[in-house]
Each structure stands twice: as structure tokens, then as C-alpha cells.
Design a protein around this ligand. Structure first.
Ligand code: MN
Length: 412
């Protein structure tokens, strides 16, 4: 597919991608756009000129500060818009070509916003390497995986209100922690601030309360994916998590990438997941190729220094796939709503340079990392910038997620 736009070969935002986001410029308020190369197609500007009228998309739907109203129009509409943009981008006798002055905005001129109104967010724990690493550190090798782990995708309900978009700096959170060789807690800024490399699916269709979604139908319920950094304060988490699970060690912030990559753009990158043994219960059984081959990496940039990649892994390694996560989440009749996020859980590979958290990379503090000229470190320091990146690539076709970049500021 050739486009008349000049797009660098290594751009995340090729004509095969067309991710949706919410952007604003100094002169115009937030609206829906689609990324292409280093540009944004202003969908609202096209709608005002009636180019989406025969698809029954009112301009107001695209002049919103979230994608929810557009997503609510349904899969046939997303597909029609995608088809239309693809054809306009590949033909010079198209409205987009003739309106390229009016309907394109340089990404460098735009501010990106949180793209979704997120009602609920759930965090899974679907990587076997991650669950095994964490289990080994806390319970020993023999009891690494809990007996339930291979029977269901384990998850907890996260906090949606503190999800922020890439570029939003976060302050080191405070809470109760137990200092070394103490048995009573103190109130303190966390001394174990960590990232978690994850992907999150954006719900694009609702199921009614009391109904459930079969794993093979999951495709119809997912609009797309974003990169997801599930910030964690390990010391707060370790002290508080028994018996009800993660709370203040997790809910101070999570960060997402601004562009939602449509599920449709990821279809060429489907691959088989790992073999599941024991065989899951029937409601969790899926067919082949339910995983996605997406390269992922994490970089840390200490204040005033260079960005250093500390981990590289792949989304295809997940034990439980997104269809199984959605099927499990809804099997009791729990209803999903448009804009909800289902995060995968930390994505770790088998090798020690493919772990998706500092908890694992530093092996619970036993193996400090050396990053540039800084002293060896186990967890994040104030002034560090953490960046997650991800892309799928095959036969010259590249579909990328851009990045989610966050700077750690001192406690307030
Ligand atoms: Mn997580």
C-alpha cells in the first residue's frame, strides 16, 4: 500500500496502523485525530466539511475530548472510517489530498490528551514468567505459581481515576512501609517505586449485566490496544496486600500511550500462544492464534543522562490471551462498558533482560542495575524518566504504539 504522504520507513504510524487519539492545538480544543507518520489527520475538520455524513457520523462525535462517543458508533463504523482513510491516503484524487493544508496537524504542534473516559480498569496477571518470578521471590521456587494460576487468568480491580496519558509526570507516592529490620510501619515516601510493562485492551462494545462473552467473540468487544505502565510501590504493596490485594501501592497512577491502535491493524500479527496445560475449563477454551507478536521495551533515563533500554520482551509470550481474559471477566455476568481497560499484567520473558518490572530485573533488590553513571540502583529515583515502547513488524509492515513516557518527581 503506497501513500502520497512521506512516511519514514521506521515510523510507528504507517498507513497500516491508523490509531485514534485526542489532540488539541493552541487554537483548537481537543478533538479526535488519527496518527499517520509525523502528522495527525483531523477527523473533526473532515466531519465539519461533511466527509463522514454518509457514514452517519455527526461532527459533534468527533469534537469530543474522548473517543468514547466515536467508539459507541460500533465496529461497522470504525471499519468504514478505516477503509475510507486508507483509500484517501493512497489516492491523490481524494478529499484528504486536496484538504491536506486544512486537515493535517503536525504531531509536534499538538498536545495529546487522555484518549478515553475510563469507567473501570482491571489488571490481570497473565504472564507465566512474571507470576513465576514474583512467586519465587515471595514464596520460593516450589510454590511459585499458586494452584489456581493455570486454571484462570488471575486479576484485580484497579483504579480508573488515576490513569494518565504519556507526558504526565507523577510524584513519588507516600504510604505505610516497613523499614529494614523493623517490625512496625512508618509513614514515608516509597523507597521501592517500580514500573510494570503491560498492554491494555480498550473495550469497544458492552455486554449487558448478567450476560457473558465467549472467548471467540472477544474480537467484537475490543476496539484496540494501548501501552500501559502500571506504576507500583513495592514496599507499600508488600505491607498492605494481605488479605484483599493491591490498593495504595498501585492506585496512585497508571500511564497509557495516547494512540489507541485498532484491533484490526493488529490482525496480521496474530500468533499461537503457549500450550495451556492443564486444559482450561470449556468457557476459557480458545482456538489458535489468539496472541499478538508485539515487540516491547522499557527505557530509563536518569536526570541529565541518556535513555538506557533495561528490558526487551514480546507480548506473544502471554500465557492467557485477551479473549480468555474477557471471557473470564464476564463469566459471572459482570458487564463491560465502552472505554473500560483490561490490562494484561506485567509482561516478562524467560530471560533476565526481558523482565517487565524492576522488582524482577533487580531480583527483589539482590542484583542492582547499573544505568549510565549513576550508582547501582534497585528501584526508580526522583528525576528518572521511564519510557515504554512497542511495535509489531512483519514483511515491511510496521504497526507501532509510539510510547508512554513519564518522569518521576519528588514526593509532594
Ligand atoms: Mn500490573
Amino acid at each position: 500500500m503506497n501513500t502520497w504522504l512521506d512516511i519514514p520507513r521506521n515510523s510507528d504510524f504507517s498507513v497500516h496502523n491508523l490509531p485514534y487519539g485526542i489532540f488539541s492545538t493552541s487554537s483548537r480544543r481537543p478533538r479526535v485525530g488519527v496518527a499517520i507518520g509525523d502528522q495527525i489527520i483531523d477527523l473533526a475538520a473532515l466531519a465539519i466539511r461533511r466527509y463522514f455524513q454518509n457514514l452517519s457520523i455527526e461532527p459533534e462525535v468527533l469534537e469530543q475530548s474522548s473517543l468514547n462517543a466515536f467508539i459507541r458508533l460500533g465496529k461497522p463504523t470504525w471499519q468504514a472510517v478505516r477503509k475510507r482513510l486508507t483509500s484517501w491516503l493512497t489516492q491523490t484524487d481524494s478529499p484528504l489530498y486536496h484538504l491536506r493544508k486544512e486537515c493535517f496537524v503536525a504531531q509536534s504542534e499538538a498536545k495529546m490528551h487522555l484518549p478515553l473516559e475510563i469507567g473501570d480498569y482491571t489488571d490481570f496477571y497473565a504472564s507465566e514468567a512474571h507470576a513465576t518470578n514474583v512467586g519465587t521471590m515471595f514464596r520460593g521456587k516450589e510454590n511459585a505459581l499458586m494452584p489456581n494460576w493455570k486454571h484462570m487468568p488471575i486479576a484485580y480491580h484497579g483504579r480508573a481515576s488515576s490513569i494518565v496519558v504519556s507526558g504526565t509526570n507523577i510524584h513519588r507516592p507516600k504510604g505505610q512501609i516497613i523499614l529494614k529490620s523493623a517490625d512496625q510501619p512508618v509513614f514515608s515516601p516509597t523507597q521501592a517505586l517500580d514500573f510494570e510493562l503491560e498492554m491494555a485492551a480498550v473495550i469497544g462494545k458492552e455486554n449487558k449485566l448478567g450476560t457473558s462473552v465467549r472467548p471467540e467473540k472477544a474480537e467484537d468487544y475490543i476496539f484496540g490496544f494501548v501501552l500501559f505502565n502500571d506504576w507500583s510501590a513495592r514496599d507499600i504493596q508488600r505491607w498492605e496486600y494481605v488479605p484483599l490485594g493491591p490498593f495504595l501501592g498501585k492506585n496512585f497512577a497508571s500511564s497509557i500511550s495516547p494512540w489507541v491502535v485498532p484491533l484490526e491493524a493488529l490482525q496480521p500479527f496474530r500468533v499461537d500462544g503457549p500450550e495451556q496445560q492443564p486444559k482450561p475449563l470449556p468457557y476459557l477454551q480458545t482456538s489458535d492464534r489468539q496472541n499478538f507478536d508485539i515487540n516491547l521495551e522499557v527505557a530509563i533515563q536518569p536526570e541529565g543522562e541518556n535513555d538506557v533500554v533495561v528490558s526487551q520482551t514480546n507480548f506473544k509470550n502471554m500465557y492467557w490471551n485477551i479473549g480468555q481474559m474477557l471471557a473470564h471477566h464476564t463469566v459471572n455476568g459482570c458487564n463491560m462498558r465502552i472505554g473500560d481497560l483490561l490490562a494484561s499484567g506485567t509482561i516478562s520473558g524467560e530471560e533476565s533482560d526481558s523482565y517487565g518490572s524492576l522488582l524482577e530485573l533487580s531480583w527483589n533488590g539482590e542484583r542492582p542495575l547499573k544505568i549510565n553513571s549513576n550508582q547501582p540502583r534497585t528501584y526508580l529515583e526522583d528525576g528518572d524518566t521511564v519510557t515504554l515502547r512497542g511495535y509489531a513488524e512483519q514483511e515491511g509492515i510496521r504497526v507501532g504504539f509510539g510510547e508512554v513516557r513519564t518522569k518521576i518527581l519528588p514526593s509532594l
